[in-house]
Write a protein that binds this ligand. Structure first.
Ligand code: NAD
Length: 456
């Protein structure tokens, strides 16, 4: 049995049976047997089923958000935002599926037609993270199912109850039990899934686990997508609206207690506005209400995984030892049960510090003074990651000149921590391979078939 605890209180929420290796093998074989019939249904039928899932989600937003808050410690308003945020993504996938993966006649000349069609991959594995289980899961299983795949879904062990709700709602909406198969457990269950006869692996999680998965499936030449971590930078130029930039970036750094792959994790501030920006940033952070995640007023909730507190402590100690100036927070909160970290802001940081190099994945940020665009660009690119990057300036041409040279899959002008279903979500470097979202993120669950058809 797997014990599920509330990270905000430490209390036991539930005990759930874990999938044994035998169950994993049995369910994977059942999914393989069921997949062809699912693929043989019309796209319209699959769209209607996913539409029913959308309606079911919308009807249960409050209770689903409450479960999410209880098991990951996310403030209730942010949990509700997440469940509600999946709805337009489902709309996007449903309305775009036909255009993205319907057959296309591309050429017709001299009695020969050239047609492109998209076959489902077959049985795909979706190994998911806990920080946004509706988003990172939905980005995979919705288009994968629309495209005619069977999905072996392993929710994170820190978001299992949410994963089981997702499975229940999909099944109630008409997805057959063997076409969407939840498998409960931790890394061992994920690893057992990789050993099955599968056609693709779609993973969201840490770089370290991504490397293990790539090593396990690489030689098999099956589709592999890895959506991994980041160390996302933003540059605030001297012509930016200081207050607006500080408020937006404080939110980008601290939303979901900084436990977002695209959290703002480093900020470079032009020397001419540095002091004013730092003051406005710290004031905004100090205004964030930390506490009971079930309260409507709370903005900063618990840290979901206890071991992350050690990572944050180590980054704080390293930054202090190397001369950074602590402006807010700087320690875990031990006056209550559960996992808590005070929102933490440092200035006078540099790239010798882990705080500016390694993913923090918590409510902690470094603000570094820079002399101008060239230094900012050099520092932004001084990372092994490449998920998102941003620039705040009034001048669009200047922002585009910088952002065009940043090594990142997503770039922002005067905004941050933003994801759109219409645009692909992808990382460069150690932030991963492949993509989700956009019409490309529907095609990614298929294999193209090229037809050359000559009339006799
Ligand atoms: P994690 O790597 O610890 O776990 C992710 C999943 O992998 C879990 O379901 C886990 O059970 C499973 N797993 C662990 N070991 C495995 C193994 N050997 N084989 C197969 N599966 C295994 O990551 P996490 O703590 O759940 O998520 C946090 C990380 O995810 C952060 O680094 C964050 O930046 C990243 N993330 C990235 C994106 C993105 O879109 N790029 C989105 C959300 C989170």
């Amino acid at each position: 049995m797997m014990k599920i605890h509330n990270p905000a209180t430490g209390t036991l929420l539930a005990e759930v049976p874990q999938a044994s290796p035998e169950i994993v093998a049995e369910r994977a074989a059942a999914a393989r047997a069921a997949q062809p019939a699912w693929a043989a249904r019309s796209m319209r039928e699959r769209m209607e089923i996913l539409q029913r899932f959308r309606v079911a989600l919308a009807a249960e937003v409050e209770s689903l958000a409450a479960t999410l808050t209880a098991e990951v410690g996310k403030p209730i308003r942010q949990a509700r935002n997440e469940v509600n945020g999946l709805l337009p993504r489902i709309d996007f996938f449903i309305t775009q599926a036909e255009g993205a993966i319907g057959a296309q006649e591309l050429h017709d000349e001299g009695g020969t037609r050239e047609v492109l069609s998209f076959d489902p991959l077959g049985v795909v594995v979706n190994i998911s993270a806990w920080n946004y289980p509706y988003f990172v899961g939905g980005n995979v299983f919705v288009p994968a199912l629309l495209a005619g795949n069977a999905v072996l879904y392993k929710p994170s062990e820190f978001a299992t109850l949410t994963g089981l709700h997702i499975a229940r709602l999909l099944h109630e909406s008409g997805v057959p039990l063997d076409v969407f198969v939840p498998l409960v457990g931790g890394g061992a269950v994920g690893s057992a899934l990789l050993g099955q006869q599968i056609d693709g692996v779609f993973f969201t999680g840490s770089h370290a686990t991504g490397q293990r998965i790539a090593a396990a499936v690489g030689p098999r030449f099956i589709k592999l997508q890895l959506e991994l971590g980041g160390k996302d930078p933003t540059y605030v130029a001297e012509d930016a609206d200081v207050k607006a930039a500080a408020e937006s970036l404080a939110d980008g750094a601290m939303y979901n207690a900084g436990q977002s792959c695209c959290s703002v994790e480093r900020i470079y501030v032009h020397e001419r506005i540095h002091d004013a920006f730092v003051a406005a940033f710290v004031e905004t952070v100090k205004g964030f209400k930390l506490g009971d995640p079930t309260s409507e007023e709370t903005y900063i909730g618990a840290i979901t995984r206890a071991p992350q507190l050690d990572v944050l402590d180590a980054q704080v100690a390293d930054a202090k030892a190397k001369g950074a100036q602590l402006l807010a927070g700087g320690q875990r909160l031990t006056d209550r049960p559960g996992n808590w970290y005070a929102p933490t802001v440092f200035s006078h940081v540099d790239h010798t510090m882990d705080l500016m190099r390694e993913e923090s994945f918590g409510p902690i940020i470094g603000l570094q003074k820079v002399s101008g665009d060239a230094e900012a660009l050099t520092l932004m690119n001084d990372t092994r990651y490449g998920l998102t990057a941003g620039v705040f300036t009034k001048n669009e041409a200047r922002a585009q000149a910088i952002l065009g040279q940043v090594n990142a899959g997503t770039v922002y002008w005067n905004c941050c921590d933003r994801v759109s279903p219409r645009l692909p979500w992808s990382g460069h470097g150690d932030s991963g391979v492949g993509l989700t979202l956009s019409t490309l993120g529907i095609q990614t669950f298929t294999r193209p078939r090229a037809w050359h058809l000559r009339q006799p």
